[in-house]
Design a protein around this ligand. Structure first.
Ligand code: PEP
Ligand code: MG
Length: 492
């Protein structure tokens, strides 16, 4: 091919002339930079390469990371992983070779990406998220997605979403808002873990997480300051009462004093809120994760004690009575501090007690293990009014498109939606943008310490800064942020 033929084939002279003219018209201070950006935008939008690898999550357990290449650059994402045996969630793919990482390696999932998924996606437009996600889903016809592995699917789907945002030259949260038809960007109230228990810590507390919600802050940044200060007041209180051993932290960064009584845990947090001067502006919440200590139809409140010395079994009714007291007594004794949200107060199959407690209308009741982000279980729960909040863990559903759908399903039922981290996390902050883009008003991302937890909070700080005047913090509207969506102006 001659030089002239090459120039003609690619219409190079025309394209270069257009770019030079555009630079001249705009009087760009750096014309070379302007021309190079102009030319870059003219490049077609396509996935050119996908490369997956095994990395470690925050527990030191293997997980999947993906680098997706397009003509705009490289976009990286990693799948988180949780704790419970995953009977109602879609399946991760792990190698099972006990000689490597105790069976937890993910080399099969990595191979699935590098071979099957890459072959199907190369050449696709990264802005077309639902087409990409359907293509991935179609590669595995099983209900559980065990063949391809939900860990493989999710990491690719998240990377594509990041690539799509870059292609459109918008913030990731704005791209997600567009994909979901959401009209406003809302900064969520963080449910910050301050005490860890359950399977996430080595203390005797049966409940998994005690959280604080800075609903009275005016901005997300203020919320994080209130959360961090309260966390450090709590640390000082625990040090005074239980010594430095009580200041060890759990998997998600919460402090882990060796207490058993739920009320004692809430009282400690209440005192910390007081010391931080945040009375009434910070509410409290709890993830009981009661599935982990349900034995038959009773709850073993002492399930972690090796000698079972203080073994106390409670019935579902007794558990409900205890929760009701936590809500009402705290409310009446100290008008300004309230316990406003409870997650998995009963076993994942205990629909009866969950509904009976929800019917009391004392606080938000969130289904995590109960729902496992599964659309069918969610449909049942909405129909039967079993609870009124969805904990959305993206690795339970598999793709960004599925996550958007399940969030919509919950919102259509007038439910609250909490975007959630997993106990096995990575430094990927995708869920921060997801919470803002879907305007859920709530995010649970662990303590205000430990890198993989603050990665999400730090990204929310950046988003708030980027949105500037247009940033809207959910605050008191944390359960129904739609009200704010009308007032928020989209950042373009
Ligand atoms: C949870 O139960 O809400 C949680 C984050 O824990 P895991 O990721 O271990 O399921
Ligand atoms: Mg939970």
């Amino acid at each position: 091919m001659s030089v002239q033929e090459y120039l003609d084939k690619h219409m190079l002279s025309r394209k270069i002339e257009d770019a030079v003219n555009a630079a001249v018209r705009s009087k760009a201070p750096d014309p070379v930079l302007y021309i190079s950006n102009h030319m870059r935008r003219a490049v077609s939008s396509a996935i050119t390469k996908i490369k997956a690898r095994q990395i470690l999550d925050s527990k030191g357990i293997p997980t999947v990371e993906v680098d997706m290449y397009t003509n705009k650059g490289m976009f990286r994402a990693a799948a988180p992983s949780g704790d419970l045996d995953k009977i109602y969630e879609r399946s991760e793919l792990r190698d099972g070779d006990k000689g490597k990482y105790l069976g937890n390696s993910v080399s099969k999932a990595v191979r699935n990406i590098n071979e099957k998924i890459a072959e199907a996606l190369i050449g696709m437009d990264p802005t077309l998220q639902s087409q990409i996600d359907h293509t991935i889903m179609d590669l595995d016809k099983t209900e559980s997605k065990a063949e391809l592995g939900v860990n493989a699917m999710l990491a690719v789907s998240m990377a594509a979403c990041k690539a799509g945002a870059a292609e459109k030259e918008v913030l990731l949260c704005k791209h997600i808002a567009d994909l979901s038809g959401q009209s406003g960007l809302i900064l969520p109230v963080p449910a910050i873990t301050v005490i860890s228990g359950g399977k996430h810590a080595g203390n005797n507390l049966a409940a998994q997480e005690i959280m604080i919600l800075p609903v009275g802050a005016n901005t997300f940044e203020e919320a994080m300051q209130m959360g961090s200060e309260t966390y450090y007041h709590l640390k000082a209180i625990i040090l005074e009462k239980y010594g430095s051993i009580g200041c060890n932290v759990g998997e998600d960064g919460g402090l882990a004093p060796n207490i058993t009584d739920f009320r004692e845990a809430l009282d400690l947090v209440k005192e910390a809120i007081n010391r931080a001067g945040c009375n009434g502006r910070i509410k409290m919440a709890m993830d009981v994760a009661a599935t982990n200590f349900c034995v038959g139809n009773k709850y073993d409140m002492d399930f972690k004690s090796p000698d079972k010395s203080g073994q106390v079994f409670k019935t579902g009714e007794e558990m409900a009575e205890m929760y009701a007291q936590l809500c009402t007594v705290i409310y009446f004794v100290c008008q300004t501090i309230q316990f406003v949200s409870i997650e998995d107060p009963f076993d994942r199959n205990d629909w009866l007690h969950t509904k009976a407690f929800t019917d009391l209308g004392l606080c938000q009741v969130v289904g995590d293990h109960l729902l496992s982000s599964d659309p069918k279980r969610l449909e049942r729960a909405i129909d039967e009014a079993s609870c009124n909040g969805l904990l959305l863990k993206i690795n339970q559903v598999g793709t960004v498109t599925d996550a958007i759908e399940v969030a919509k399903q919950a919102k259509d039922g007038n439910w609250g939606v909490v975007i959630s981290h997993r106990s096995g996390e990575t430094e990927d902050s995708f869920i921060a943008d997801l919470a803002v883009g879907l305007a859920t008003g709530q995010i649970k991302a662990g303590a205000p310490c430990r890198g993989e937890r603050v990665a999400k909070y730090n990204q929310l700080l950046r988003i708030e800064e980027e949105l500037g005047e247009q940033a809207v913090y959910a605050g008191e509207n944390w359960r129904s942020p739609e009200i704010l969506a009308f007032t928020s102006v989209l950042f373009c």
